[in-house]
Ligand binder design. Structure first.
Ligand code: NDP
Length: 340
């Protein structure tokens, strides 16, 4: 593809890996950032990893906000494809869900409508397994695939999961009305793996928090984990393979209990202090009465959500990076970039 690929949210943890992969494959890129102040930092980080200067002829930037109409269509003019990744990824869930839902949904509509107006005919959207797995259930173990959808009206659903579900639904509605956009969604599970620099986003917070060792005990929660390098590879593979048009593709490697994550970290950093004891569910429930972030993990206690990842593996042509490696790589990058 000779026309540049447009990537929204170019400053993000996952987006930097996508930009790096695309640069390695010779693409020209245009990225959106909320503030152009961030642009040179992103360029410098990518240049460091590529081992050569990334000039404006290969990557340039536009300033766009998900919450504002200004500049979207002009920004995408001349581009051949869109990867829409920007969406609020909060460290803590807000009181008002609209703080996430509005920019996620309206930003998706702005991005897709601008793509249409500027003649783009290929779109890859970063959704999430949150748009697949949010429904209430009493089952201790559930198995889901790309055909499953979160009902955004599910009681107790996190504002983030609602925002991702509503935004992805909006994207498919646009794509149905305008099939020339040729949409694929990538639905990553919990993303670990290495950060390219010290901006680690909310994603590595769990690993960072465990490595800080301040928590007294480990709640019985589990994560379906994927390495950021595989998430990036899937975006690129989907972009290049038209057979993925119309598909959702789960990016996920395997399930880990939080205690397994801590055990991997403890083995890699034996001289650090980690939380050691399991937190009984009753205690988590009790603390959650006063602690808002904990309230959202109560429905997850003791529950395993497993995803069918066959479609993603077929597209990659290999297995996903094992979840334990993704945890170790995340930790190593936190240490390398001085976060821990
Ligand atoms: P980051 O927070 O690192 O990246 C989010 C990006 O969105 C940033 O570039 C951010 O810009 C941008 N953004 C947020 N709000 C706005 C706004 N109002 N206007 C313009 N840009 C905005 O998160 P990740 O890299 O982890 O996430 C990237 C995508 O992947 C998101 O769509 C997320 O939902 C999805 N995802 C992430 C998972 C994970 O575990 N990390 C799992 C599943 C899906 P700025 O740098 O200025 O804040």
């Amino acid at each position: 593809m000779s026309d540049p690929v447009f990537v929204t949210g170019a400053s993000g943890f996952i987006a930097r890996h996508v930009l790096l992969d695309l640069l390695r494959r010779g693409y020209r890129l245009r990225g959106s950032v909320r503030s152009l102040d961030r642009a040179e930092h992103v360029r410098a980080s990518l240049s460091r990893h590529l081992g050569e200067e990334v000039g404006a002829d290969r990557l340039d930037f536009r300033q766009l906000d998900l919450g504002s109409d200004a500049g979207w269509t002009q920004a995408m003019e001349g581009c051949g494809a869109l990867i829409h990744m920007a969406s609020p990824v909060p460290l803590a869930q807000p009181e008002d869900a609209e703080e996430l839902i509005r920019p996620a949904r309206e930003g998706t509509l702005r991005a897709l409508n601008a793509a249409r107006s500027s003649g783009i005919r290929r779109v890859v959207l970063t959704s999430s397994v949150a748009a697949i797995s949010g429904n209430a259930t009493k089952a201790r173990e559930i198995h889901l695939d790309e055909g499953d959808w979160t009902d955004p009206a599910t009681p107790g659903l996190t504002p983030y999961a609602r925002s991702k579900t509503i935004a992805e639904r909006a994207a498919w509605e646009v794509a149905e009305a305008h099939p020339e956009l040729r949409l694929t969604t990538i639905n990553p599970s919990f993303v670990f793996g290495p950060a390219l620099d010290e901006d680690t986003g909310a994603s590595l917070e769990v690993v960072e928090r465990m490595m800080r060792g301040g928590d007294p005990a480990i709640p019985r929660v589990s994560f379906f984990v994927v390495d950021v390098r595989d998430v990036a590879a899937l975006h690129v593979a989907a972009l290049e393979d038209d057979r993925t048009v119309g598909q959702r593709i789960i990016a996920g490697s395997g399930q880990m209990w939080l205690r397994d994550i801590v055990a991997v970290l403890q083995a890699a950093y034996p001289h650090r202090r980690f939380p050691r004891w399991p937190a009984p569910d009753w205690l988590v429930r009790l603390l959650a009465l006063k602690d808002r972030p904990l309230r959202f993990i109560v429905p997850q206690l003791g529950r395993k959500t497993l995803f069918d990842t066959g479609r993603g593996r077929a597209l990659l042509g290999r297995d996903f990076i094992p979840p334990e490696d993704a945890v170790r790589a995340a930790a190593a990058s936190l240490v390398e970039h001085g976060r821990i």
